[in-house]
Design a protein around this ligand. Structure first.
Ligand SMILES: *Cc1c(COP(=O)(O)O)cnc(C)c1O
Length: 472
């Protein structure tokens, strides 16, 4: 049913109380029950950042000459990040609205740069570890680039030899992560950098999730912009930088690459138009907050936060590994990791925990639950494991629900064999359309999607699901 556009004004009290009321079914992240989506430092810091945001609530970074203060802060944020990541002397960059925009820009600049320096390339290819963030696939799709997937080794790091083998005359960019989101491991950046340099190919390191953690701890391998061969890097200030949402940087060792990122249109009656990245109107608040948090914490503050996150993550991993049927995948390099089981359906455990209000992301290949640990999770370890103990026992015991899930999954497999393709798809759509977006039981859904993987039907199903979610 379509909502009527409001005819009458409402009071502040009404509006604000509605907003609060809307939140009642949301994730209780303030109680430490979310393990992604919200990266939280502490209340006092957030209160300060809220004031910083509000002080630039209306300002627009679209036109730098109108708001030199925003330009100054953006330049300082980029400069401080270049320093943090040991970038080359002439390195440059921009602030963006998030990791996705930073990644899209890395792809766009690589594409334009190739047009100039490798004009023979008609079908540009990008080498992507299968663990690389889907924003790269999205960008390849948007910009007409061919993604070529590179397998991982047993430790979930990208297979360097496979990268070498996959390079062709059409390769314009190699991508690696520091660390990858799914298992939290850093790809072998120096080895890939050597290859990239020797073959004269651009090399982007995605430090979206690691950018404000790795500089403040010991790492097994070098990973930053000083590594030979690295040409660009993305890092999200709105993740472990603890800024408000809408804040990331894209950085280039070679200033020519940043130029290749810009968009300019000169014929518009409204005036000449030049913009560095995707956004037109650009929220001043996000820039003010980014500048503020870097100064509010400084290296000193980030080191403390990172120490806490690493310590809490270690406790989580140890306590999870103590369960004989559970295992942490790989050897995570910082405070994000995932775990699964070879003995039972880990999504059942995810569902049981979700019913108790703890949300862990579900992952596939291998099946896993994912945790991003923030400093404030230090307060909830014991509560978490109290519920975990119960959930674990329940998840392992066959229940009506898990049996139903299994039936749904295996019926799905059976149906696929016997039904004509079109009919089968209809059945799938029906099953998904019955899936309540707010439902905390997703084991069957995930089992089903896992089963569909690889034949293009999943994509269609997920599009229909999105249509259903965004109901207007
Ligand atoms: C979060 C993340 C991204 C995408 O960032 P958004 O801010 O969600 O757009 C890209 N790469 C990695 C490794 C990430 O963790």
């Amino acid at each position: 049913m379509r909502k009527k556009f409001p005819e009458h004004k409402r009071s502040e009290v009404e509006i604000l109380s509605s907003l609060e009321a809307f939140k009642k079914d949301d994730l209780q992240w303030k109680k430490g029950r979310a393990f992604s989506y919200v990266y939280y430092a502490e209340d006092a810091i957030t209160e300060t950042l809220k004031k910083a945001y509000v002080s630039y609530f209306s300002e627009n970074a679209l036109n730098p000459s109108a708001f030199p203060s925003l330009l100054r802060m953006e330049n300082e944020v980029v400069s401080m990040c270049l320093d943090l990541f040991d970038a080359h002397e002439n390195a440059t960059g921009n602030m963006t609205s998030g990791g996705t925009e930073s990644i899209l820009m890395a792809l766009k600049s690589a594409k334009e740069y190739a047009k100039i320096h490798k004009p023979h390339i008609k079908e540009p290819e990008v080498l992507l570890p299968i663990s690389a963030h889907p924003a790269f696939d999205k960008g390849c799709d948007y910009f007409g680039l061919n993604p070529k997937k590179i397998e991982l080794t047993d430790d979930f790091r990208v297979h360097v030899k496979e990268i070498e083998r996959a390079i062709t005359n059409n390769t314009i960019l190699i991508v690696a992560s520091a660390p990858s989101y799914p298992q939290g491991v850093i790809d072998p950046i120096p080895a890939i950098g050597n290859i990239a340099k020797a073959q004269n190919i651009l090399f982007h390191v995605d430090a979206c999730v690691g950018g404000f953690v790795l500089p403040f701890m010991e790492t097994r391998t070098p990973w930053n912009m000083a590594v030979e061969g690295v040409t660009s890097m993305s890092a999200d200030i709105h993740k472990y930088g603890f800024a408000s949402k809408g804040s990331s940087v894209i950085l280039y060792n070679d200033p020519e690459l940043r130029k290749a990122q810009y968009y300019v249109y000169t014929d518009w009656p409204g005036g000449m138009y030049g913009s560095p990245a995707i956004l037109g109107t650009k929220p001043g608040g996000a820039i003010a907050v980014a500048w503020s948090i870097l100064h509010l914490l400084g290296s000193e503050g980030y080191r403390e936060k990172v120490k806490t996150s690493l310590d809490v993550a270690r406790q989580f991993r140890d306590r999870i590994s103590a369960y004989k049927d559970l295992q942490v995948w790989g050897n995570p390099d910082m405070c994000i990791f995932s775990f699964g089981s070879e003995r039972f359906n880990i999504y059942e455990l995810g569902d049981e925990m979700h019913l108790k209000g703890w949300l862990m992301d579900r992952q596939q290949n291998p099946s896993a639950l994912h945790l991003s640990i923030s400093p404030f999770h230090t307060h909830i370890i014991n509560d978490f494991f109290e519920d975990f103990e119960v959930a674990y026992k329940k998840a392992k015991r066959p229940t009506v629900q898990s049996t139903l899930n299994k039936i749904q999954v295996s019926a799905n497999k059976g149906l696929k064999k016997i039904l004509p393709k079109k009919t089968y798809k209809k059945v799938q759509d029906m099953a998904l359309s019955k899936t309540d977006p707010a439902s905390k039981r997703s084991a069957a859904l995930y089992g089903m999607i896992g089963d569909l993987k690889g034949d293009g039907e999943t994509e269609e199903l997920i599009k229909n699901y999105l249509d259903k979610l965004f109901s207007s």
